[in-house]
Design a protein around this ligand. Sequence first.
Ligand code: GUN
Length: 300
Amino acid sequence: MQLIDGKYTAETIREEIRQEVSRMINEGLRPPHLVAVLAGNDGASETYVANKIRTCAEVGFRSTLERLPSDVSEDEVLSLIDRLNADDSVDGFIVQLPLPAHIDVHRITERIRPEKDVDGFHPVNLGRMTEELPAYIPATPKGIIQLLERYKIETEGKHCVVVGRSNIVGTPVSILLSRNTYPGNCTVTLTHSRTQNLRALTLQADILIAAIGKPYFITADMVKEGAVVVDVGMTRVHAPERKLGFKLAGDVDFEHVAPKCSWITPVPGGVGPMTIMGLLQNTLLAAQHRVYPEHVGQDI
Ligand code: GUN
């Protein structure tokens, strides 16, 4: 068994981004600017957004945190989005999910200009990704793809079983791994809560991607000998022995699954650090107008 080290890979990418920002500044350009919108005070979202803002500083990006109260109205969020859409000093922005329950996430996502949608959640970006056109790729799937690429994991013709069909991870990663490219050309099975006999499917997986948010859900009896296992789970579980009183649990029972794998990502230190890099790479692309070059200076 060998570890896919997301922490190390993310540090390598962070350095690449940092150097690119230095180059931009040396050329007289301003640094990329990311805005994060955080509505309410969900504990995990607070941590994720704080990590994003901190990593922006590490690579030389400008970042702004826009905080909104948990009882903010949908119209107020939409007005903020309109302002960020129109602000030329903002290259890209994200609205951290989950939003308070009274807000319609689809209305929010569709209001973001696709050129600034560095989360890649807007239907235009998802459609362009599916069509293999330049697009912002959602950060977690982008991180997973880069791990497979940088570890030179063979994907062509392999059976990839994705567990979990979320719009953020499962569905986009299933599309990406189906594409006619590397990493890709997999035969993909997208499984979910209504899948019958899940174990019979996961046992066929050459590449197993667990993205359901249920701690230790994937057990050793569900994994084929020699499989590549990617664990997207990051659930806070009670751990009184830890300083913060919790620890991060993956979707995979690592202790028992790892000995069967050819490659496996740990939690923490696997997909998590790569997700932030995916977001920063998208923001860099936005600042350099590399996804939507035809829209530079256009008011659309
Ligand atoms: N919540 C969990 N993951 C994400 C993400 O990648 N982007 C946003 N905006 N919210 C999230």
